[in-house]
Design a protein around this ligand. Structure first.
Ligand code: NAD
Length: 348
């Protein structure tokens, strides 16, 4: 394959401006070339043409599959369309980046991974928030060994508020309450804790917002080989909050509210972040507590990694098999919430 690689973005939605963000990231990566944007809504392709006058626009994905200049597609559509679109893309011989949530369930994830393998094409999940400034700093601290061995993670977000948010609130289309912010959270946890998952316990509540089909609160407790435990909770009925991250290690801890970071990542493609986290280390001199500023958010690096993979054989940024495990955690948590038992996540 030769640079620049021809790319198309499928889905140029208004809700988070995220088709714009994908287009802008691709446009800003010298070895990638934005050839086209496709959206079934003509008003959205008109908006894309305004922002990127040099592109072609399509209102039917069949036109994308036929366009021989397009080698890579980025799927930025509602969750229930990800699997069918990716299967068609692989059939047409395209490389695929798919937005989170990768798909609705493990069966779909497996079908997508197998289709990419049959086609011999790249399959990457857009877990862009590994590039958030606060997460990059957390990963750096944990990897340095500064807080010792991580054995306990709490990752909590949400509020007490009705989630009326188009198709995102409809479980059949979205996958449920876990599939909005949860893919970022579970991907962060699995990236920080490399050990194999030994089981998931789930607690789902549906108590207040009966006018939508998503759950009100979802919680997954993930156990890892070696004993580490992560507790990931997303709530629409939490009338009092908690810091975003609390990480305990054998030699210290990290507390992060997430405040001041990642502002505007749907409006700009590189983000200086303004926040800081609290780092505690316990050593021979006793307990030391300090504020550590976030790193910059380098979301555009994901797209350079895509180019590096396709042109020079570098690693796939977040391969489909890794994205499949995130979906496996949601599915196991939901099963566990019904059975009351610890449930397993499939490994290949
Ligand atoms: N990674 C992140 O931080 C992040 C942030 C925002 C959104 N997202 C993800 O991006 C995806 C899209 O979300 P959104 O908020 O932009 O949704 P949206 O509803 O605003 O946009 C979806 C767009 O897809 C189009 N579409 C639907 N089916 C199509 C099809 N078959 N062919 C062509 N176009 C089609 C719709 O017309 C719409 O314009 C979701 O997976 C969402 O979770 C990720």
């Amino acid at each position: 394959m030769q640079a620049p690689i021809g790319c198309a973005v499928i889905g140029y939605g208004p809700m988070h401006n995220f088709g714009w963000a994908h287009s802008a990231w691709i446009d800003a990566t010298p070895e990638l070339r934005l050839v086209a944007v496709c959206d079934c809504d003509p008003a959205r392709t008109a908006a894309a043409k305004d922002a990127f006058p040099h592109i072609r626009t399509y209102n039917d994905v069949a036109q994308v599959w036929e366009d021989r200049e397009i080698q890579l597609v980025s799927i930025v559509t509602p969750h229930y369309t990800h699997c069918p679109l990716a299967l068609q893309a692989f059939d047409a011989g395209k490389h695929v980046v798919v937005e989170k949530a990768m798909c609705l369930n493990v069966a779909e994830a497996t079908a997508m991974v197998e289709a990419s393998q049959r086609a011999g094409r790249m399959f990457a999940v857009h877990h862009n928030r590994r590039h958030d400034g606060n997460y990059r700093r957390i990963k750096e601290i944990v990897s340095s060994g500064a807080i010792g061995e991580v054995f306990h993670i709490e990752l909590t977000a949400g509020s007490y508020s009705e989630f009326r948010h188009g198709w995102y609130s409809e479980k059949e289309k979205s996958g449920g309450a876990f599939y909005f912010w949860g893919p970022h959270a579970v991907d962060w946890v699995l990236d920080l804790v490399p050990q194999r998952i030994t089981g998931v316990n789930g607690f789902f509540h549906k108590l207040v917002w009966h006018n939508i089909s998503n759950e009100d609160q979802v919680r997954a407790i993930i156990r890892f080989e070696g004993g580490a435990v992560a507790d990931v909770t997303w709530s629409h009925i939490a009338a009092i909050g908690k810091p975003l991250w609390r990480i305990l290690g054998t030699k210290g801890a990290i507390l992060d509210t997430g405040a001041g970071g990642n502002v505007g990542y749907e409006k700009q493609i590189h983000g200086p972040s303004g926040g800081s986290l609290t780092l505690v280390t316990v050593g021979e001199d006793g307990r030391k507590e300090e504020k550590v500023p976030y790193l910059e958010s380098d979301w555009e690096q994901y797209w350079q990694d895509v180019a590096d993979h396709l042109l020079r054989g570098g690693p796939v940024p977040v391969p489909g098999t890794v994205g499949r495990r995130v979906i496996g955690v949601f599915e196991a948590a939901e099963r566990s919430s019904r059975t009351g038992q610890t449930e397993q996540v499939p490994y290949e």
